[in-house]
Structures are given as structure tokens and as C-alpha cells.
Design a binder for this molecule. Structure first.
Ligand SMILES: [Zn+2]
Length: 340
């Protein structure tokens, strides 16, 4: 009897150990428990229904090839005057950001009437939450068709065939700022910037939103597949000769530092860091918002590095939920701090 008990305990411990170890890896097709393109609209609608006084669901624009809607949730009390933009995804395989901004929107809608801090945040800030500006790529990735999908589905090599590994424009190199200064790569390249600044309707959608509303803060979520940028926050390029930029840049840096201090790494000891390396003059979202609209704009690279130095950007749903929870706790803390 005693042996049997001992034996069972050993088995139980090994099962627990294996499942914990097994979960720390990329899982593709995605684990159940992730949002997928076909469920995105009903899920967003549910958030609006939670609190229709507070939440408006918009179609901001459409993707270029398949004309899929680009959704945005607008959340804030009428007196909220400062706009905040949060974009969960530019690159198709980087889905953690979609999950984080969705969960943040859900939290705002659910807790506006019961949590004093959320209520205060929403009296001050109006959030524009865009889960993905790349619905074509998001669809390919979340349907399990191609795990390395990054760009949209534009037929960039013009052969009338959709080739998931070659076609498309890198939407985060297509913004109308410093576009000319970015390298000219072949249309099949992962970082292909398109034929002209804002050539892509997905980027035009965000540009028109920025022209309609002045954004105080903008947060763009990404995940580093190579792991080279994991768990870091990136600032825009700073023009040292432009005196007007410095104070806004300092505020952006402070905001990024506060977030980083509140974000523990997923698998390794330590916290997120704000990158102090050189920043390139390319047509990305944070450069566009900072240089054209004076927005405090940051990019957060979510998805952690494991002990072996491998980047995990679509873990099990269980780990994903932990990561999301940590991010929305940091957002709540840091946005609230900006009020006091
Ligand atoms: Zn990215």
C-alpha cells in the first residue's frame, strides 16, 4: 500500500513537471484559448454590450487585398479628453499584443463602474484600442496556415498567386515618415516597405485616425521571434536638434520606464528594460506618431526568452493568460499614476 502511494506520488510529480516544462514553448497551430480572426468581431461586440454607454465599436477601415475590417474600440467617459491609442498587432505571428489590448479593453468595460482607479483613468483618458491592423495576416496565422506570416497579403511580386511566405508589405515600415531613408528591399523580403509611404490601406486607416484625433500616448505591441528584442520597450528616434521634441521625449521615456519597472520577465529573473540603443529612422508607427503628431509613442516587445535563449511568442494559453494579466496590471498602475 505504502509503495503504491509512493509510486503514485512519483507519477503525479512527473506529470506536473512534464506539463510545466512542455508548456514553455511555442505552440502552433495556436493553443485553444487564443482569440482567432473569425471570433474577433463577436468578441469585440461582447465588450461593447458589457457597457454600451462607455464602449463604441468602430470599423476604422479595411485591409487592402481581402477588404477585411479593421476594428477599433473607443472607450472613455464623455469628459475624457486625452486620447490613447493601443495597437495590438502589425505583424501576423505576433499575437500576444492582440490578447493584451483585448483584455485591457475588457477590463475597462467590466470594471468602469466598480473600480475607482479604472473609473478615474476613464474620466481622463479615451482609449482607442485596435487589436490588429493586419487582419489578413492575423487570419492566415490564427487559422494555422503559416506560422512565419508577418506581412499583409498584397501580391507584391505580382504573379496573381498568394504566396504566404513571400507576398505582402511590412506594415510597420510603411508609415509616412522617414520612409525614403529605409533600405529598398525586394518585394519578397520580410521587411519590404511597400512602393510608397502609406501605400497600404491598413496604414492609411491609422493615419486617418491620427488626423482625426490627437493622441497623447500611443502603445504598439510586438513580439520578437528571434528574441533579439524580447521584453524591451523601444522609444522613437529623437532629433537632438529639435528643441520641441525633448520634453515630449522625456515624458515618453518616463512612461516607458514606469511600465518596464512593473513588468517582470516571463521566464528569466529580472524586469523589462527600456532600450537605450540606436533607433532607426524608418517609417514605423512610433516614429510616425512622435514626429508627425507629437505623441508619446512606444513599442513594447512582449513574449519572453526561456532559459535556453529561445523566444516564446505564442505559448500555451495558460502561460499566455499569465502574461496578459501581468501587462494589464502594469497598464492600470502606470496610467493611474499619470493622474496623480
Ligand atoms: Zn513586430
Amino acid at each position: 500500500m505504502f509503495d503504491l502511494l509512493k509510486y503514485s506520488i512519483v507519477i503525479l510529480i512527473s506529470i506536473l513537471f512534464c506539463s510545466a516544462a512542455e508548456a514553455q514553448r511555442n505552440i502552433y497551430p495556436l493553443d485553444k484559448g487564443y482569440l482567432v480572426e473569425k471570433n474577433l468581431y463577436p468578441a469585440l461586440l461582447k465588450i461593447q454590450v458589457l457597457n454600451p454607454e462607455l464602449v463604441k465599436l468602430h470599423i476604422l477601415g479595411f485591409s487592402g487585398t481581402e477588404e477585411l475590417p479593421i476594428y477599433g474600440l473607443e472607450i472613455g467617459y464623455p469628459q475624457a479628453t486625452k486620447n490613447v491609442l493601443m495597437i495590438g498587432q502589425h505583424h501576423s505571428d505576433e499575437v500576444l499584443g492582440v490578447e493584451i489590448v483585448f483584455a485591457w479593453a475588457e477590463k475597462l468595460a467590466k470594471e468602469a463602474d466598480s473600480d475607482k482607479k479604472i473609473e478615474a483613468i476613464l474620466q481622463h483618458y479615451r482609449f482607442w484600442i485596435v487589436p490588429t491592423i493586419n487582419p489578413e495576416g492575423y487570419k492566415v496565422f490564427t487559422e494555422g496556415l503559416y506560422r512565419y506570416k508577418r506581412k499583409n497579403n498584397r501580391d507584391t511580386n505580382q504573379n496573381n498567386i498568394l504566396e504566404l511566405q513571400w507576398d505582402g508589405v511590412d506594415l510597420n515600415r510603411n508609415y509616412p515618415v522617414f520612409w525614403d531613408e529605409d533600405s529598398l528591399l525586394p518585394p519578397t523580403h520580410r521587411y519590404y516597405k511597400g512602393t510608397a509611404p502609406a501605400s497600404e490601406p491598413e496604414v492609411q486607416t491609422i493615419v486617418s485616425l491620427a488626423q482625426k484625433h490627437q493622441f497623447e500616448i500611443a502603445i504598439f505591441y510586438h513580439s520578437s521571434y528571434t528574441g533579439a528584442f524580447s521584453e524591451r520597450i523601444f522609444l522613437p528616434y529623437l532629433d537632438e536638434n529639435n528643441e520641441h521634441q525633448k520634453p515630449i521625449y522625456e515624458e515618453t521615456l518616463h512612461f516607458a520606464q514606469r511600465l518596464a519597472e512593473n513588468l517582470k520577465k516571463d521566464y528569466l529573473p529580472g524586469k523589462y528594460e527600456v532600450s537605450d540603443g540606436p533607433v532607426s529612422r524608418v517609417g514605423n508607427a512610433r516614429n510616425y506618431f512622435f514626429h508627425i503628431h507629437r505623441t508619446r509613442a512606444i513599442l513594447i516587445e512582449v513574449g519572453g526568452m526561456d532559459k535556453k535563449g529561445k523566444s516564446i511568442i505564442y505559448p500555451s494559453a495558460r502561460i499566455k493568460n499569465k502574461i496578459v494579466k501581468k501587462h494589464i496590471a502594469a497598464l492600470k498602475k502606470v496610467f493611474y499614476e499619470t493622474l496623480i
